[in-house]
Design a protein around this ligand. Structure first.
Ligand code: NDP
Ligand code: OXD
Length: 310
């Protein structure tokens, strides 16, 4: 019997996954939720949100794949403790994030928010151009996305730094590691990009204490998860002029209610969690590769360390 793989996320994208599996992995029996057949046959599940009763519904599940890069939407407490979980590490997500962050950083670097406001006032107002080499960018999180974003920002000549839990080595980037090196990293970050995963250690990380350590006039590009950010603290830092601008792709809650204070704020730009999206053409192939690795007993790409939460 062929191993059964169930896809439980956006059905339209699921149909694209189905087509790729049919063509490129005929050894796998692809099923699109909710048409899963006999649930006892299911060995692999790819989901954005797994069913709450996953452990009893799929008693023979051997591998859970997140259809996104993040896994904070999973409640690890209800997953079988030995079930391996992999997150999505695929070129489509990386490319989308590189585009979004590069766009946001260039927009801030070239003072476009100020020019948009000047245009509304019909003011012909020139701001001196600073060379990219003098603009200090800091990226929180040096994972698959942080690395790719920094590679691109370095290519523009920006003065780049990164911060992560463990020590990394990224060409052209000053890499900082751990709590001891956070303050030095923040003190030099004129544009701070958040690409951290949401875990117990990073919830509420973007708060007043952190903002106070950034240079006056710094800006934030937040593409991690809404609950990283203490929204009240951000609004206060913007209103006091300590922070200049915020570009937010993620909010808490999502969707943001129409009466939320972030919507009308003149220094905030919002997008509805679209910085990057899993691309079926590339993601399905990464999933197939992981299923084959699993069958061969090889290391899985994007295996989540449950103790760290990412
Ligand atoms: P990775 O797991 O590859 O990288 C996470 C990075 O964060 C690692 O460098 C890790 O450090 C660092 N990190 C984690 N916890 C801490 C901590 N407590 N202190 C310091 N550093 C820490 O993730 P990705 O790069 O693939 O993705 C990052 C996040 O981007 C996702 O979790 C998701 O939340 C978000 N995302 C947002 C999207 C959007 O559209 N807005 C789309 C896709 C992802 P170390 O290397 O030392 O382990
Ligand atoms: C993801 C996301 O985690 O889209 O992939 O946010």
């Amino acid at each position: 019997m062929r191993p059964v793989f169930v896809y439980k996320a956006d059905p339209q994208r699921g149909r694209q996954w189905a087509e790729i599996f049919r063509r490129e992995a005929p050894e796998i029996d692809f099923r699109l939720w909710p048409e899963v057949g006999d649930a006892a046959d299911v060995r692999f599940l790819a989901a954005w949100e797994p069913p709450a009763d996953l452990a009893t519904r799929f008693p023979n599940l051997q591998l859970l794949l997140s259809t996104g890069a993040g896994v904070d939407q999973f409640d690890f407490a209800v997953l079988p403790p030995d079930l391996p979980v992999v997150r999505m590490v695929e070129p489509g997500i990386v490319q989308g994030m590189v585009e979004y962050v590069t766009h946001a950083v260039l927009d801030l670097h070239r003072d476009m928010p100020a020019y948009r406001r000047a245009q509304q006032q019909r003011q012909w107002q020139v701001i001196p151009v600073r060379p990219a080499s003098e603009r200090r960018i800091g990226v929180l999180g040096l994972g698959s996305l942080g690395h790719a974003v920094l590679d691109r920002l370095v290519s523009f000549g920006f003065d780049c730094a990164g911060w992560s839990r463990s020590r990394h080595d990224v060409a052209g980037v000053r890499c900082h590691a751990g709590a001891d090196e956070l303050d030095g990293f923040l003190a030099r970050s004129e544009i701070l990009v958040c690409l951290l995963p949401l875990t117990d250690a990073t919830r509420g990380f973007l708060n007043a204490a952190l903002f106070a350590k950034l240079p006056r006039g710094a800006s934030l590009v937040h593409v991690g998860r809404g609950p990283h950010l203490v929204t009240h603290d951000l609004l206060q830092a913007l209103d006091e002029g300590h922070l200049a601008e915020a570009v937010l792709d993620v909010t808490d809650p999502e969707p943001l209610p129409p009466d939320h204070a972030l919507w009308p704020h003149p220094r905030v730009r919002l997008t509805p969690h679209i910085a990057s999206m899993t691309q079926p053409q590339t993601a399905a192939r990464v999933a197939i590769d992981n299923l084959r690795r699993f069958e061969r007993g090889e290391t899985l790409i994007g295996l989540v360390d449950r103790t760290r939460g990412y």
